[in-house]
Ligand binder design. Structure first.
Ligand SMILES: [Zn+2]
Length: 281
């Protein structure tokens, strides 16, 4: 049984990417911003001099997912800066008009380059069942885990627990707004989550780590009918104790990068200060 997954061939080593037809070596850089130098004849929405960031999603626009508007789930998905078409590490790049998003005057190019990872966190929280009052566990305090923390803060979440082992990332997690940071290499992570939630467990867990121990922890740290939201791209196949799902009616869902509209919402949230502002502006 085979299904083409961008995650498995996002950086095409031997087989060319089905849309870009490129293989390594490629110019990297999928989180970037810049200034428009020139526009195509048919382009009206942009002018030379505009400050912009790039939504790097590559999609065919034809498959069923694309026709449903789910371009991030395209059968041939790829990324500018990972799958071809150049990347943010180059001085100049040509990208399709639909990939370009204008930055408001009060959003710098430096912050513009961070819209991409923030959009991953934004999308994850948006399509998860998160609702005000929920208590949340975030596995992993890397860039995406921190983006999830920022978005949860923006949405008013008042109990964010981050699980992370790196001292530096634990510190960042606190600075970015986590209410509690636990270290699974030292603490009994499930017991710690229970302790920080009045013995209840969390409503939602976001996995931005992609390791077996994290899934095992999250599953047991979720209350009945809790949702484990997987953002991580996995290097190895994981195992699940299915009865941990069954007997607590827990659920497990996947997140693929970001959808149409997420970039615009993140840029607006940064620009207006409705969340995401304390760190990013
Ligand atoms: Zn498609």
């Amino acid at each position: 049984m085979h299904e083409y997954l961008g995650g498995a061939n996002l950086v095409p080593k031997d087989t060319p990417h089905p849309i870009t037809n490129e293989t390594l070596p490629l110019v990297l850089g999928h989180e970037f911003s810049g200034i428009v130098e020139e526009v195509g004849e048919e382009v009206q929405a942009f002018n030379a001099g505009d400050r912009v960031c790039v939504q790097p999603t590559i999609y065919d626009g034809e498959c069923l997912s694309c026709r449903r508007g789910l371009v991030n789930c395209c059968d041939k998905n790829g990324f500018i800066g990972l799958s071809g078409w150049g990347g943010g590490m180059s001085e100049h790049i040509v990208v399709p008009q639909h990939s370009v998003k204008k930055l408001p005057d009060n959003v710098s190019l430096e912050v513009g380059a961070l819209v991409e990872p923030l959009a991953v966190g934004w999308h994850a929280v948006s399509i998860s069942p998160y609702k005000p009052g929920d208590q949340v566990l975030v596995l992993g305090g890397g860039p995406i885990g921190l983006a999830v923390v920022q978005v949860l803060k923006a949405k008013g979440c008042d109990n964010i627990i981050v699980s992370e082992i790196s001292p530096r990332r634990k510190q960042y997690a606190k600075e970015f707004g986590a209410h509690h940071v636990i270290d699974p290499s030292k603490d009994d992570a499930v017991a710690e989550v229970k302790r920080q939630t009045n013995g209840e467990g969390v409503d939602i867990a976001f996995d931005a780590a992609g390791v077996q121990d994290g899934v095992d922890t999250a599953m047991l740290a979720l209350k009945a009918r809790g949702m484990l939201v997987n953002i991580a791209v996995w290097e190895k196949r994981a195992t699940l104790n299915m009865n941990h799902l069954v007997f607590r009616e827990r659920a497990y869902m996947g997140i693929a990068c970001f959808a149409l509209g997420d970039f615009e919402q993140v840029i607006e949230a940064i620009s207006t200060g409705k969340g995401l502002h304390r760190t990013w502006n």
